[in-house]
Design a binder for this molecule. Structure first.
Ligand code: 8YV
Length: 311
C-alpha cells in the first residue's frame, strides 16, 4: 500500500520529486491539518511550516516520522513526539558552512560599514566629501554564543583573521578556544558577540540588557540564531541610548515583522532570515528532508535524527 505523507506547507518541486512513489498531500495552513482526507492513515509529516504543536501531531494516530526542514526545530513539540515514539529529523550539517559564512559576512559588513559605503557612493556623497573610517576585525576578540557545528565552522574562519575566539554555551568543549561560563563577563571582553545557539525556552532572552551593556558602545551583536534568544526591546533601547554600538540581525522576535525603529537605525544591518539561503545549501536541505523520509520507510533508520531521537 502506498505510504501516505502530509506536507505542512508546499514543499518545493525537488522535494516532491524525491518523494516520488509516496502519496503526498499538502496543506498550506498547518492549523487546518485535520482537513486532510484520511488523517488516520498519515505516517509521515514533511514540515515546512516551522512550528508543529501537540494538537496537530495528535490528529495523526499512525504518525511515525516528522521530517523537519531546518537545523533549528524549536517550533516542534518534541516532547509530544517523543511520548508517542515519533521520530523527528532535521536538516543539520549541510548548512554549516553557509550559515557560518553569512555570520562572518554580517560581522565584516558591520565592522567595515559596507552598506553605508555603498550608499555613500550611490548617493554621490563621495564626490562631496571624505570617506569615514571604520573599524578592523583583525586582532579583535569575538565571543561565539553556541559553539555547535556552525559555531566551530565560524571559529576556524575567524582564526584566519587573527581574531581571538571566546565561547559560551552549555559546557566546555575540547576546542582551542577559551570557554567563558559567565556570558556577561565574556561580553565585556568582546568587540562582538555572534549568536549561533538554538532557540526554545532554555535560551529565551538569554541576551539581556546586562549582556548588551557589557559589550558597550563600540561592541555589537550578530544574530544568526533565533530572534527569541535576544530581548529585542532591550536591544532597541540599548542601541537608542548608545549603550550598545551596533547590531547585525538575520532573525527577529516576530518574523517577518521588523520594528520600524530598527529599520531606521543606521548602525543596524538587517537581513530576512537568509543565512542558509543559497541555491546549494537550500538544495541540500530539501534533499535531506526527502531522504530522511525515504530512509526511514526503506531501512527503519533516518539520516539526521534530532539529538533527542538519536539512540
Ligand atoms: C531556514 C534556519 O531559514 O535551518 C534553520 O533552522 O533557521 C534556516 O536555515 C529555515 O529552516 C527556514 O526553512
Amino acid at each position: 500500500m502506498t505510504i501516505r505523507l502530509l506536507a505542512l506547507r508546499q514543499p518545493p518541486p525537488p522535494v516532491m520529486e524525491a518523494l516520488n512513489g509516496y502519496h503526498v498531500e499538502v496543506v498550506q495552513d498547518p492549523t487546518a491539518a485535520w482537513e486532510v482526507d484520511a488523517p488516520q492513515e498519515v505516517r509521515g509529516l514533511v514540515n515546512f511550516a516551522g512550528s508543529l504543536d501537540r494538537e496537530t501531531l495528535d490528529r495523526f494516530p499512525a504518525l511515525e516520522i516528522v521530517s523537519h526542514m531546518g537545523v533549528g526545530y524549536d517550533g516542534v513539540d518534541v516532547q509530544a513526539a517523543l511520548e508517542r515514539g515519533i521520530t523527528v529529523t532535521h536538516t543539520r550539517d549541510v548548512l554549516n558552512a553557509d550559515v557560518a559564512n553569512f555570520a562572518f559576512l554580517m560581522l565584516l559588513a558591520a565592522s567595515r560599514e559596507y552598506v553605508r559605503q555603498d550608499t555613500h557612493v550611490r548617493s554621490g556623497a563621495w564626490e562631496q566629501g571624505q570617506t569615514q573610517l571604520t573599524w578592523s576585525l583583525e586582532g579583535k576578540t569575538v565571543g561565539i554564543v553556541g559553539l555547535g557545528r556552525i559555531g566551530r565552522n565560524l571559529a576556524a574562519k575567524l582564526e584566519a583573521f587573527n581574531v581571538t575566539v571566546l565561547y559560551h554555551g552549555r559546557g566546555k568543549q575540547d576546542v582551542p578556544y577559551e570557554y567563558c561560563p559567565d556570558l556577561v563577563e565574556m561580553a565585556a571582553r568582546c568587540r562582538a558577540l555572534v549568536l549561533l545557539l538554538p532557540g526554545g525556552p532554555e535560551t529565551d532572552h538569554l541576551i539581556t540588557a546586562d549582556v548588551m551593556n557589557a559589550l558597550g558602545p563600540e561592541g555589537g551583536l550578530v544574530n544568526a540564531a533565533r530572534g527569541s534568544v535576544v530581548d529585542q526591546d532591550a536591544l532597541i533601547a540599548a542601541l537608542q541610548d548608545g549603550r550598545l554600538g551596533w547590531a547585525a540581525l538575520d532573525v527577529f522576535a516576530d518574523e517577518p515583522h521588523v520594528p520600524q525603529v530598527l529599520r531606521d537605525m543606521p548602525n543596524v544591518l538587517l537581513s530576512p532570515h537568509a543565512a542558509s539561503a543559497t541555491v546549494e545549501t537550500r538544495g541540500a536541505m530539501f534533499d535531506l528532508v526527502a531522504q530522511n523520509i525515504r530512509s526511514y520507510f526503506e531501512t527503519g533508520k533516518t539520516l539526521t535524527p534530532i539529538p533527542e531521537c538519536d539512540p
